[in-house]
Design a protein around this ligand. Structure first.
Ligand code: C2E
Ligand code: MG
Ligand code: MG
Length: 662
């Protein structure tokens, strides 16, 4: 409001000054000259003040947040004082000037009033006050005058004044409305600006939130990825070697097999099993075992080329090689064995050697099923292990049949005791110096599906499946029971074969005690035959068992001496009573066997052991052994193993000494 008033005021001030100057100096009225001059001076002074105020507003106030009320009051005062000045001029001059001057004056005043309606329209007080002060007092004075002409002018002024007030009022309303709208608009614009800024800010925040969210999202994605990876590792990789576990390997092999079929190339599967790993684990602990496995894993990984490798079990690995022919696979297997065999050293003082047995199966030659290929390679590996040679074995139909046969036997063996299929036969052992029976060796027989199965075959199968524990216990008990039947007619010892697995089993001592207690068989007549593989086991464990056996007055003999792991010097480390020289040396007695027998006999005697030669088939062998000083003889030359009934008859028949009967 104030701004509009001030903006319009410059022209008003100028017009007022011009109009006043024209009125004062334009008409010659000598008696009024002084009054007019005084009036003009006051008006000029007033206008200077208002002009100053205008410039003050323009330079200091405009565009700032100034005090509107106070400035408005100042302006209104200026305007109303100006109006009073004009009103005073009319009142002072109207009665003394001529008709023309008066008319001119009234016209000017009316024009001033007319102009004020718009110029001062933003203030009701200023606009209406200005025109009212300007017109009403002077019009009233003119109406009250005695001059008719003046009355007319007065009437006209009054009428004009009323019209002015009414039209001013409208203009004021309009102007005020316009101002309000403009301000409102400005407020709206301001609000819009604010809202726009707010929207901008929110937008920015949203953007930041989005960026944040994106980051969180991608870190979540990362986490999900890592977890999936972890789950993948846990479910697919063997934790120790980080190789594929069984499941993952089978899947990978299925893929390789499919590709090989599509490309029409063979696929070789190598089943690798470590030799001697169990011993390392038992003797040096699982930590060392784990480290050895890791080192060997690295060695096998180097062999894998474009194939796949997985850990099948404890010390078993499977290596699949696409595109390999049998010959290439064998070469690779040999190379792998050599690599594994290289000395493993760590911690400065530990250096050890591990071997490997490898079996090879080929697709499509042997099978196009992954599980079957692995099984076939496993069968071939087992054959390699049995052969104890460094030459990998390739699967064959014959091996499969043998494996199936073994499986059948294993199954059959588990029912052998219940089905009464087991039987013991006894082979006499003859004393060299008097040709009398010194004892009998119990030998197990198994008739399975109408056929005799050799103990050389079924004992190892029983050992692998722990069936040997129950079978061995049965043998021991049955032998003692049988032996009591000939103890009247012969005071010979009873030799019973005990498998290493059986001997090392926790139950063994209990079984021995039970049998001795139940059968009342004299323990000093019992001789346990243990194969030489005993030397491959932990010496402490074996010697503690042997000690406990001897505490019961039971004696121990070492069977098949010379064929297994022992060196002659090892004999002194474990307490044995009897050494049985293996029949292979007896069969070769004319060749190198003789020398070995002599050496063995010498050592055995030095260590205070009795000696037995087994597998004697000819008189020559018997004579040679006799001259070498063997204590006891055993073999077909004297007697084949006989069942208990035949044996009892045999004992009766020979009546004392055995004189080389067939
Ligand atoms: P071993 O303890 O060395 O038993 C001697 C083997 O030589 C027996 O074979 C016997 O029949 C055979 N034999 C005896 N005299 C002669 C001969 O003059 N010439 C030839 N060629 N052989 C002769 P068998 O009964 O077949 O037993 C083989 C192996 O099976 C045994 O060798 C023993 O290691 C094992 N075995 C037999 N019975 C048992 C048993 O009850 N428990 C355990 N753990 N192993 C047993
Ligand atoms: Mg034996
Ligand atoms: Mg033997």
């Amino acid at each position: 409001m104030v701004n509009i008033l001030y903006n319009n005021s410059l022209a008003g001030i100028f017009v007022t000054f011009l109009a006043g100057t024209v009125l004062v100096f334009g008409f010659e009225t000598p008696e009024l000259n002084t009054i007019k001059l005084v009036w003009w001076s006051i008006l000029a002074g007033l206008l200077i003040v208002r002009l100053t105020d205008f410039f003050y507003w323009r330079t200091r106030l405009q565009g700032t947040e100034f005090d509107g009320k106070w400035t408005l009051r100042r302006f209104i005062v200026g305007a109303l004082v100006t109006a009073i000045m004009w009103s005073a001029y009319v009142l002072l001059t109207s009665q003394r000037v001529g008709v023309i001057e008066l008319a001119f004056t009234i016209i000017i005043v009316a024009a001033m009033a007319g102009g004020s309606a718009t110029v001062l329209a933003s203030s009701r007080l200023a606009a209406i006050g200005y025109s009212s002060i300007l017109l009403f007092p002077s019009s009233l004075v003119l109406i009250l005058s005695s001059e008719h002409f003046q009355n007319l002018l007065g009437m006209l002024g009054l009428f004009f004044g009323v019209v002015m007030v009414i039209s001013s009022d409208k203009t004021i309303k309009f102007t005020k409305n316009a101002i309000r709208l403009k301000n409102h608009n400005a407020i709206l614009v301001e609000e819009m600006k604010k809202e726009k800024a707010e929207v901008g800010r929110i937008n920015q925040e949203l953007n930041q939130a989005y960026v944040k969210l994106h980051k969180i999202n991608s870190s979540l994605e990362d986490e999900v990825f890592q977890r999936t990876e972890k789950i993948h590792q846990l479910s697919n990789l063997d934790p120790l070697t980080q190789l594929y576990n069984r499941n993952a390997l089978t899947r990978a092999l299925n893929g390789l097999l499919k590709e090989s079929k599509e490309q029409d190339v063979p696929l070789a599967v190598l089943f690798i099993d470590l030799n001697g790993f169990k011993k390392i684990n038992d003797a040096l602990g699982h930590d060392v075992g784990d480290r050895v496995l890791k080192i060997i894993t690295q060695r096998i990984i180097k062999e894998k080329e474009n194939g796949n490798i997985g850990r099948w079990g404890g010390d078993e690995f499977v290596l699949a090689l696409p595109g390999y022919t049998v010959e290439q696979a064998i070469k690779k297997a040999q190379h792998t064995i050599r690599t594994i065999e290289e000395t493993i050293s760590f911690d400065k003082n530990i250096s050890l050697n591990v071997g490997a047995s490898v079996g090879v199966a080929m697709s499509p030659m042997h099978s196009d099923d992954v599980m079957q290929l692995i099984q076939f390679a496993d069968i071939a590996m087992y054959e390699n292990k049995k052969s104890k040679q460094n030459m990998p074995v390739v699967f064959s139909e014959k091996l499969l049949q043998a494996a199936q046969q073994t499986e059948q036997w294993r199954e059959g063996l588990s029912h052998a005791i219940n089905r009464n299929e087991l039987k013991l036969v006894y082979q006499p052992i003859i004393s060299t110096n008097n040709s009398k029976i010194a004892g009998f060796e119990a030998l197990l027989r198994w008739k399975f599906e109408g056929k005799q199965v050799s103990p050389i075959v079924f004992i190892p199968i029983a050992e692998q499946s722990s069936l040997i524990i129950s079978i061995g216990a049965w043998v021991l008990r049955q032998a003692c029971v049988d032996a009591l039947r000939w103890s009247d007619s012969s005071d010979g010892t009873l030799s019973v074969n005990v498998s290493m697995v059986q001997l090392l089993h926790d139950e063994f001592m209990q079984t021995l005690d039970d049998v001795l207690r139940d059968t009342l068989f004299p323990p000093e007549k019992l001789l346990l035959e243990i194969t030489e593989s005993v030397f491959a086991e932990s010496k402490d464990k074996v010697s503690s068992i042997l000690k406990r056996i001897m505490e019961r007055k039971v004696r121990v003999s070492i069977d098949d001496f010379g064929t297994g792991y022992s060196s002659l010097s090892q004999l002194q480390t474990l307490p044995f009573h009897v050494v049985k020289i293996d029949k292979t040396f007896i069969a070769n007695i004319d060749e190198k066997g003789g020398a070995i027998i002599r050496a063995a006999l010498y050592i055995a005697r030095e260590l205070g052991c009795k000696t037995v030669a087994e597998g004697i088939e000819t008189k020559e062998q018997a004579m040679a052994l006799n001259s070498m000083g063997v204590d006891y003889m055993q073999g077909f030359l004297y007697s084949k193993p006989k069942d208990i009934v035949e044996l009892l008859e045999f004992i009766k028949e020979i009546d004392g000494a055995v004189r080389v009967v067939r």
